[in-house]
Design a protein. Structure first.
Length: 554
């Protein structure tokens, strides 16, 4: 069906101009010429939002979001509570119910708003997913060329073997100029990001121009669709070795998910969103969306090099005090500057990585890694997990925030996020945990809990586990050294957490493997470990994980 007719039939759009599937260079210039909106809290809605650097269209596009939307607006994220899906969705603070009647009225008003303005809309046709077994055609329709360029960066442009494309298609309508009225529209503020599972629509309206919404909204959709097909959708990185031995690494921000998956001896499948089917694992994306704040260019050479590449997008990194963007080489940007936000971001195609697996796919994982960065310094550097342990640790999704990373944070603070990505999980966490256990057992995968945090004391009083030791442990897991002949090596049972701690690991001082051994005071260690154990128990009770069939193992 012709684009104009398809969008009139789907949404009711008419009297608008479409710029369909422009190249990234075309979108670059469109963004600079036309993307306008607020970039200061007291500023007008007519400010430029997109800029070139000294490299012009041969380098990155600089983009500044609304100051109230420098990350996902989690309190304004909804799904329409249609009766046929309401019982399947995991409703929570960052995915709330939207009344169907209010939604239908809002959608009509948004479309009328666009039609009356006779807007120019940028349309980009891409796919969410690289495997035709589950991929969905994803059509971005929006007012900002930057967002269309982001979709071009982040998603596959074709998926060989796809069938019934129009029937499966999802459409995002992204209208920044519309303002919701909560009493009339049923929203919580003047913006909203709403998923309509019945009509395959993602509606983003109001001051919600953070590029990540274009990616994370459809990822939440995929987290609903894949489990209904018996497939597992995962917030994880994945890579594959020369012998075809795939691995997946789950972890929250700061645990090493991206860094550890970028292994020169292994091909990258993806760094954030992955599917697992009967054929193996595959990337849901075709790009990377990396944090830039305090980037160590020596430790992250791929991201550093991509900063200067054509067609990439740098989000919310401020200009230098003494020169405009247009006179600045991208390598001169101050990546420590958090004056706009701590959440500065960078979007670049997967092809910027020099070592990507063919088709961004691999076989069934032989190794599953759950990453945590324990700032309390009490968890073992590595623990060997079996089926029920995996489900328990997976639904807890533990890491720890460090003192100093947030205003008012003076001590380490526990952070729990079910399935290592709770905001994006649209089914209850047990759905993903059971699928993970089944697939792990069906394909005889080994699983470890890898702690990249502190040892010998809490953060600030002890050293972080060295990257050398972390790499040695990970390599031992990938080589099967922690599970010789399919069985775990000799281990001790942690008296407080009940975790299996290997007694030895190639390349690692055995004394480090039991954290109690490296604290100066055993009593202080026991007190700290008991305190963290109680946090695990409290989070388990708060989320009522037992009602989902998860055993309270700690």
């Amino acid at each position: 069906m012709r684009l104009e007719l398809a969008l009139e039939h789907k949404l009711g759009l008419k009297n608008v101009t479409y710029k369909h599937n422009l190249s990234k260079q075309q979108l670059f210039h469109e963004a600079i010429s036309n993307d306008r909106g607020r970039i200061r809290i007291d500023g007008p809605d007519t400010d430029r939002k997109a800029y070139a650097t000294k490299l012009g269209d041969k380098g990155p596009l600089m983009f500044i979001t609304d100051p109230t939307c420098t990350g996902r607006p989690v309190q304004d994220t909804f799904a329409v509570a249609w009766p046929e899906v309401e019982h399947q969705i995991w409703w929570k603070d960052n995915l709330q119910k939207y009344d169907p009647d209010h939604y239908q009225g809002l959608l009509k008003r948004v479309v009328q708003h666009v039609n009356e303005r006779q807007d120019t809309l940028y349309v980009q046709d891409v796919y969410a997913g690289s495997d035709p077994n589950y991929a969905v055609p994803y059509r971005f329709v929006g007012q900002y060329a930057t967002h269309a360029m982001f979709a071009h960066n982040m998603f596959p442009k074709s998926v060989p073997g796809m069938e019934n494309t129009e029937e499966k298609r999802w459409t995002m309508l992204n209208v920044q100029s519309f303002r919701c009225e909560p009493e009339r529209d049923g929203s919580r503020s003047d913006r909203a990001a709403i998923i309509d599972f019945h009509n395959k629509i993602c509606l983003v309206v109001g001051r919600a121009d953070y590029c990540g919404l274009v990616k994370k909204t459809i990822f939440t959709v995929m987290n609903f669709l894949l489990p209904n097909q018996g497939y597992l959708s995962m917030h994880c990185s994945a890579n594959i070795g020369a012998a075809g031995d795939a691995a997946i690494l789950f972890g929250l921000s700061g645990t090493g998910k991206t860094t550890l998956s970028a292994d020169p001896d292994r091909e990258l499948i993806g760094d954030d969103e992955t599917g697992w089917t009967e054929q193996g694992v595959s990337n849901l994306e075709d790009g990377c969306y990396a944090k830039l704040i305090d980037l160590d260019k020596q430790a992250e050479p791929i991201i550093a090099a991509a900063l200067s590449m054509e067609g990439t997008i740098i989000e919310n990194v401020p200009p230098l005090p003494d020169k405009p963007y247009e006179e600045t080489d991208p390598q001169e940007l101050d990546l420590t500057d958090s004056s706009i936000t701590e959440n500065t971001r960078f979007s670049y195609p997967l092809s910027c990585n020099p070592n990507v697996a063919a088709g961004a796919r691999g076989g069934h994982p032989r190794t599953i890694v759950l990453l945590t960065a324990d700032a309390f310094g009490v968890l073992p550097p590595v623990s060997i997990l079996h089926g029920e342990d995996v489900m328990y640790q997976f639904v807890q999704g533990f890491t720890a925030k460090l003192a100093g990373t947030e205003v008012g944070l003076t001590q380490p603070e526990a952070a729990f996020s079910a399935c290592f990505g709770a905001p994006f999980m649209s089914h209850p966490p047990s759905v993903y945990a059971k699928l993970l256990r089944e697939k792990m057992e069906d394909h005889q995968a080994n699983c470890i809990l890898l702690n990249t945090g502190w040892c010998g004391g809490p953060a600030g009083k002890a050293e972080r586990i060295s990257i050398r030791d972390t790499r040695a442990i990970l390599n031992a897991a990938l080589c099967g050294d922690l599970h010789p002949n399919g069985k775990a090596v000799d281990y001790d049972i942690h008296p407080i957490f009940g975790l299996r701690m290997p007694k030895s690991c190639p390349g690692v001082n055995a004394a480090l493997l039991n954290p109690r051994n490296v604290w100066k005071s055993a009593d202080e260690y026991d007190h700290a470990a008991t305190s963290l154990r109680d946090m695990f128990r409290a989070n388990f009770e708060k989320n009522d994980f037992a009602s989902y069939g998860i055993k309270p193992l700690i």
